[in-house]
Design a protein. Structure first.
Lengths: 197, 263, 97
């Protein structure tokens, strides 16, 4: 990372240009986003080849639940962004509370996902019952794996915040950047799976 | 000095000659592997999972000579793959993390080589050996070959995660951190192969767009990247145990374009 | 200074939630009359709205707003690539079907 630039010392914090967290994590964000985009493109293409069947299976999805899911993750993104702000200002106890709130919201999302999957399976819609459901469970499953990895990242973040010896703003921001990707991918999944006709 | 005398001098005096030997071996092995699987035997891209026994017999007949010759080559030279694994294990050993990482990686990949690599060679060669065999039996061999090739991704996935963990914990800066994250991307695409045990058609079958094409695209990029990075590691290596020095001056380092942007 | 950035984050969250709720309306209009029908307009607007949300999350929550210009450009390029890829796959699929 570049050496501290003292000429900007007088500028308010938010006007200094810097890469949020490690640049390397941004490489991951870009690469993984492209991989997910490839999965979405495959889904969209195959959807158009069999619209009737896809539409029918899609109607089994619970849209209000999807909306709640989206809002929960957006709020978790807000919480972790606030956490990074508080950490930057040196207010670590507040930052820690916000990080824990993020974990709580992530856990709530995961619980809602499980409920949704169980309901769909009980209704006869499983991984193998239709092409749409194959894509649905695949995409939401892959997303859930990313979410679980997100808990590891948040755990590292909370660990950093808890101990004055350990705190590294860069690590905190890196973990936060990872968490935001969980939100980003869900935003796309929601639009593509729940809304696209 | 002529090229030959240069080479002779280097071979005699260069302390890194074994490392260079394994690196060139790695390049040669992966090239051989690609040519055998994609060109000679044409077992990649994989055959369709939904072929019936008669179509499977045709599949074997189409590739008869290629299968016997290509996999024959692998049977003779397959042990060569050890150099690639050894070099990666060496790079992990060079890190500041516990040696357990390097040894786990080594053991995992050596175990994975049997089902993930040799089994398809054996099954397909057996299939090609006797073309007049019972078609059901031929299809059984066909399934065995492809399922073992795809189905053992779990082992490679864990290997990627071990390498990732080692890189992210490493204080010797052997590999750049973005490569650690690339290991995670690679591991995640390998998760995607698991459903190929369930589907005989579609995007998640063993020849599917997601389970094979996208996965191989990512894996191909990943392999190219780590071969390049291993070369960088050898150039920088001081054969010690501390942080790896940056590239020696006079050799302009061509940064990854993304690194240039993000630095 | 700090309160304004706090408020800014909150404003971003409100906009994102508002866009999410718009999806409810789009969905309702898509299933109007109870018949299931494919719709290019619904698809394109869904994707555009998603990309708008992605950009807001990146700019505001991920702090790309304060990043050096190359990263800002790179993330905008990513969003463009995602958009073009998704729409192309869908439109080509419709043509081929």
């Amino acid at each position: 990372m570049a050496a501290p630039d003292t000429s900007t010392a007088d500028l308010p914090d938010e006007e200094i240009e810097r890469v949020p967290g490690e640049g390397d994590m941004w490489f991951f964000v870009l690469f993984e986003s492209l991989v997910f985009t490839a999965y979405f493109c495959v889904y969209l293409y195959f959807r158009t080849q069999d619209e009737r069947a896809f539409l029918e299976a899609q109607s089994a999805l619970n849209l209000p639940l999807g909306i709640v899911d989206t809002i929960v993750l957006l709020t978790s993104s807000w919480a972790i962004a606030r956490c990074v702000q508080e950490a930057r200002a040196g207010r670590y106890p507040a930052a820690r509370r916000l990080a824990l709130a993020t974990i709580g919201l992530g856990a709530a999302f995961f619980a809602l996902k499980l409920v949704e999957w169980v309901n769909l399976i009980r209704g006869g819609h499983t991984f193998t019952s239709s092409d749409f459901m194959q894509h649905f469970f695949f995409l939401t499953g892959m997303h859930a794996i990313h979410l679980l990895i997100g808990f590891v990242a948040l755990g590292i973040l909370v660990h950093q915040l808890s101990d004055p010896q350990r705190r590294s703003q860069e690590t905190i921001e890196t973990c936060s950047t990872y968490w935001h990707t969980v939100d980003l991918y869900w935003v796309l999944i929601f639009a593509v799976l729940y809304i696209v006709r | 000095m002529s090229i030959v005398s240069n080479l002779r001098a280097n071979l005699r005096t260069d302390p890194k000659r074994e490392l260079w030997f394994t690196w060139y071996s790695t390049v040669a092995f992966y090239s051989l592997y690609s040519v055998v699987f994609f060109v000679i035997t044409r077992t990649q891209p994989p055959g369709k999972p939904w072929l019936d026994p008669e179509q499977t017999v045709e599949w074997f007949a189409d590739r008869h000579g290629g299968l016997l010759f290509g996999f024959g080559l692998i049977f003779v030279l397959g042990g060569w793959s050890a150099t690639a694994i050894a070099l990666i294990a060496y790079s992990i050993r060079r890190m500041s993390v516990s040696r357990a990482f390097a040894y786990s990686y080594l053991v995992l990949y050596l175990i994975a080589a049997v089902p993930g690599f040799l089994l398809i060679c054996i099954a397909m060669t057996a299939g090609a050996l006797r073309p007049d065999r019972n078609p059901e039996m031929q299809r059984w061999l066909y399934d065995l070959g492809f399922l073992s090739f795809s189905g053992t991704m779990g082992v490679f996935l864990v290997g990627s995660l071990i390498w990732m963990a080692a890189i992210l914990l490493d204080k010797n800066r052997v590999f750049p951190r973005w490569f650690g994250y690339l290991n995670l991307c690679n591991a995640l695409t390998e998760v995607v192969i698991a459903p190929s045990w369930i589907f005989q058609r579609g995007v998640l079958a063993w020849d599917g767009v997601i389970a094979w094409w996208i996965d191989v695209a990512v894996f191909g990029m990943y392999t190219g990247v780590f071969i390049y990075l291993l070369r960088d590691v050898i150039i920088r290596d001081d054969l010690g145990t501390g942080p790896l020095p940056e590239r020696p001056p006079g050799r302009p380092r061509r940064l990854h374009p993304l690194a240039k942007v993000l630095r | 200074m700090e309160t304004s950035s706090k408020l800014r984050l909150l404003a971003a969250w409100l906009v994102l939630v508002a866009i999410t709720v718009i999806y409810l309306w789009i969905d309702r209009s898509a299933d109007d009359g109870g018949t299931l029908a494919a719709s290019t307009i619904v698809t394109i607007s869904a994707i555009f709205l998603a990309l708008a949300k992605v950009r807001i999350v990146m700019r505001e929550f991920m702090d790309v707003r304060h990043a050096p210009p190359p990263l800002r450009r790179l993330t905008d390029l990513l969003i463009a690539v995602i958009g073009v890829s998704l729409l192309t796959s869908y439109l080509i699929g419709r043509v081929v079907a």
